[in-house]
Design a protein around this ligand. Sequence first.
Ligand code: TYD
Length: 230
Amino acid sequence: MGVFITFEGPEGSGKSTQARLLYERLQAIGYPVILTREPGGTRISELIRRIVVDLRHTEMAPTTETLLFSAARAQLVSELVRPYLNTGGIVLCDRYADSTFAYQGYGLGRDLDELQAITTVATGGLMPDLTLYLDLPVEDGLRRKQVAKERSEQSAPGTTFSTPPEWNRLDARDLAYHQRVAAGFAELIRQDPDRWRSFSADQPLAELAEQIAHEVAPLLKRVTRLGVYQ
Ligand code: TYD
């Protein structure tokens, strides 16, 4: 069994950037590693993502939303995450089941025990070995995301950003919702402190990347590097 590491945080916390930096770092030193995201990461899960983030889908019922995130997760776990972990590799995932507890549970008020049952079905009980939380005041994160969105809208045709920021149906919810989500993450961390590491997202990229690499290092002992005989 390899190592399963997830990234969580509020909107605009930069977790996708940090996930990529960690991926590149591990790959450069010869670790077998893949980077994926939720919702998404497989052909089917990316199709589900399109449905769930679509700004036009204002009528989506909370139960539908919860089951769609869970369906996307079930496919990702079965098609990609478990098989890769079984080869002994490292899986980095940008969001995972904790987001369902924070967003649909604490944010939308869905029953947490019910979410636990749905999540266990979707994942077969697969939990991350480590979850990296990028902490940022909710207002700052939403502002960062808005600014990025406006910048991408203004850009000349043909200009590409490495990961075009999307302003999606879930970002568009009100501030109180995002504050409940952040409080939910704080509660999840409180309940399982051994699995979580929390970082301030309000610091230079490279510094944060160093802190993250430092926390990940002990887990790497379990993984055999490619081409390195131990
Ligand atoms: P993501 O692509 O991580 O967006 P962001 O860059 O804003 O962090 O996730 C898409 C949205 O889906 C995000 O608003 C969080 C939300 N989400 C849930 O509500 N529940 C879930 O289970 C997951 C995985 C994501």
